[in-house]
Design a protein around this ligand. Structure first.
Ligand code: MG
Length: 204
């Protein structure tokens, strides 16, 4: 019987990591929540970064909090349409991801919700919502991933924390700078991908 070899993976945040969020939703009714596929724009260097990571044979899996569903700002179908558009744009640039996982959960503590009220089914904290590790652990089961050799790249502390909570090495959880959370050590996804590339080549 052939031995099953687990793949290493790069988990990727979606919003303000692969596609623009803040800049395109700032003037909409729901800043921070992107539910319109017409607004999807790849960030500069994102596709190139993903191609570099793919060059190492790494699985690429997007894990994104979409708590706007809990708030009643959008639906699962809206998120799927945005994800489909993102993947279409990535394929146009010669790359794609293996899967996109999203968490519809969000506790509604601030009273912010859509015109029809919050979606109470999802208006709660949940292990799948980053910094919870749920999406990463589910992906590891479904895609036979080796978490010990995997990476996380995102623009928010909770992305890094989700990686650590899933058991990734802390030095494999990379924070990138973005418009909202300008604390990252890497300018963007491309810079983070170049770091992973250097580490895997034994150069950093
Ligand atoms: Mg983000």
């Amino acid at each position: 019987m052939s031995q099953n070899v687990q793949r290493a993976c790069v988990f990727l945040d979606r919003d303000d990591t692969i596609i623009a969020n803040e800049s395109v939703t700032r003037h909409t009714a729901t800043p921070g929540d992107l539910f319109d596929p017409k607004l999807v724009q790849l960030l500069p260097g994102a596709a190139e970064g993903l191609r570099i990571l793919r060059g190492h044979g790494l699985a690429l899996i997007v894990v994104t909090n979409q708590g706007g569903i809990a708030q009643g700002f959008g639906t699962h179908a809206d998120v799927e349409r945005v994800n489909t558009r993102m993947r279409e744009l990535l394929r146009n640039q010669g790359c794609d991801v293996d899967a996109v996982y999203f968490s519809p959960y969000r506790p509604i503590r601030d009273g912010k919700h859509g015109p029809h009220g919050p979606n109470l089914q999802y208006a709660m904290e949940h292990a799948s919502r980053k910094p919870g590790p749920g999406m990463l652990l589910q992906a590891a089961r479904e895609h036979d991933l080796d978490l010990a050799r995997s990476w996380m790249i995102g623009d928010a502390r909770r992305d890094v924390e989700a990686g650590i909570n899933a058991g990734l090495e802390a030095s494999h959880c990379l924070l990138i700078a973005s418009t909202k959370h300008a604390t990252g050590g890497f300018a963007d996804l491309l810079a983070a991908a170049r770091h992973v590339d250097a580490r895997l080549r034994g150069e950093a």
